[in-house]
Design a protein around this ligand. Structure first.
Ligand code: NAD
Length: 396
């Protein structure tokens, strides 16, 4: 089939296998060019390994530190008529590159919140690694079924307390208009914490620890975003922010429980970037377009892989990690520089549909969005007949 992007709202419903492979290869090349990560991990489990920050974590561990990796993701396989999801093709490309480099990799496709997938993953860790020395928790999901009760919880992206009206870019029509988001109910707040809070991270670490699968000095990290004034009403101080606060609670509890293996749990604060998840958050596309503009001008722009390389070298595997007073590893330091935020805040009210491509780097944002699905790579002929069927990279 001929595979061209099919964008509906903030998602792209197809993906290009060779384009996704090119995207993965670019990230591998970046990590290889940095040289080996001193003291890096050797046996790594990445929960949410197929796209965005989780994929970058896996690539950094494997190609920067020579680690064996086991990954868990929730992805769609291809059919004769429909492409696979980007995360499926990314995982296939990762496996091919890992094999070529002689690096062990195993991936499991299924619901990471379920007891079944946890059990399957633990068995794989036991068989292929013995113990893990790094567990990355990088899930972004709109819903979660509680494995104990079977109840399905859905998260919402809403402010807390009062409604919020802000400038929003519709990435389909490129129209800019105010949107109003009504405040969340108490139940919606609790449900969002249930989906995106720390409970499932704790369940994973507890399960690994009970089976004796955490190596001495094991590290675990879960990702969050804090942001600043412009995004607080819809992120930091909103339902998703409440869920992320719960990660801090979980990290504290895990640190106590992991003391018996001298383990450490940290939340890592990463910068705002276009991923399949962030493009769904109101106002984020416009905010990120401004972040791109200002940070590219400042020479401080980073993608997922640059952030992850810094997380490993300036956070997890260094004697002097950049920690804040809540024990979080801060990799958002460049985005949150006061002068960077001031420039973004000054530009924000000036953005109109007419000057969108001048004042903001919406082009850069949109190019990166399409690249998430394997589109926009020079080396790929998007007019060529392409086979969507790529052998499954997942076990089971
Ligand atoms: P993403 O959508 O690119 O990745 C999500 C991953 O989770 C994918 O691998 C997907 O397959 C997997 N997944 C989702 N539901 C699953 C399920 N039920 N079972 C198994 N796997 C499942 O998202 P991302 O932006 O890379 O987000 C990862 C983490 O980083 C999130 O916690 C997010 O809040 C955080 N974060 C994101 C940003 C940002 O700007 N994108 C900034 C800071 C922190």
């Amino acid at each position: 089939m001929i595979i061209k992007p099919k964008v509906r709202g903030f998602i792209c419903t197809n993906a290009h296998p060779q384009g996704c492979a090119a995207h993965v290869q670019e990230q591998i090349d970046f990590i290889k060019a940095q040289g080996a990560i001193e003291g890096g991990p050797k046996n790594v489990l990445v929960i949410g390994c197929s796209t965005g920050y989780g994929l970058a974590s896996r690539i950094t561990a494997a190609f920067g530190s020579g680690a064996k990796t086991i990954g868990v993701a929730f992805e769609k396989a291809p059919t004769d008529r429909k492409t696979a999801s980007a995360g499926y093709y990314n995982t296939a490309a990762f496996h091919a590159a890992a094999k070529q480099a002689g690096l062990f990799a195993l991936s499991i496709n299924g619901d990471a919140f379920s007891d079944e997938i946890k059990a399957q993953t633990l068995a794989a860790v036991k068989e292929h690694m013995g113990k893990v020395d790094l567990v990355v928790y990088s899930l972004a999901s709109p819903r979660r079924t509680d494995p104990k009760t079977g109840t399905l919880y859905s998260s919402v992206l809403k402010p807390i307390g009062k409604g919020y009206t802000a400038k929003n870019l519709n990435t389909d029509t490129l129209k800019i208009a105010d949107i109003t988001v009504e405040p969340a109910s108490e139940e919606e707040i609790a449900n969002t914490v249930k989906v995106m809070g720390g409970e499932d991270w704790e369940l994973w670490i507890d399960a690994l620890q009970q089976e004796g699968l955490l190596a001495d000095n094991c590290r675990t990290v879960a990702y969050t975003y804090l942001g600043e004034k412009l995004t607080w009403p819809i992120y930091g101080h909103a339902t998703i922010g409440k869920a992320k606060e719960d990660l801090d609670r979980a990290a504290k509890a895990l640190n106590e429980r992991m003391a018996s293996v001298q383990g450490k749990a940290n939340v890592a604060v990463l910068k705002a970037l276009v991923t399949q998840s962030s493009s769904a958050i109101p106002i984020m596309p416009l905010y990120i377009s401004l972040v791109y503009k200002v940070m590219k001008e400042e020479g401080t722009h980073e993608g997922c892989i640059e952030q992850l390389y810094r997380l490993f070298t300036e956070g997890l595997y260094t004697g002097s990690p950049r920690l804040d007073d809540t024990n979080r590893l801060r990799m958002d330091n460049l985005e949150l520089k006061p002068e960077t935020q001031q420039k973004i805040e000054a530009l924000w009210p000036q953005v109109t549909e007419e000057n969108l491509f001048d004042i903001t780097d919406y082009k850069g944002y949109n190019d990166d969005f399409l690249r998430l699905f394997g589109f926009g790579f020079d080396a790929i002929d998007y007019d060529a007949e392409t086979d969507p069927m790529v052998p499954a990279p997942f076990v089971g």
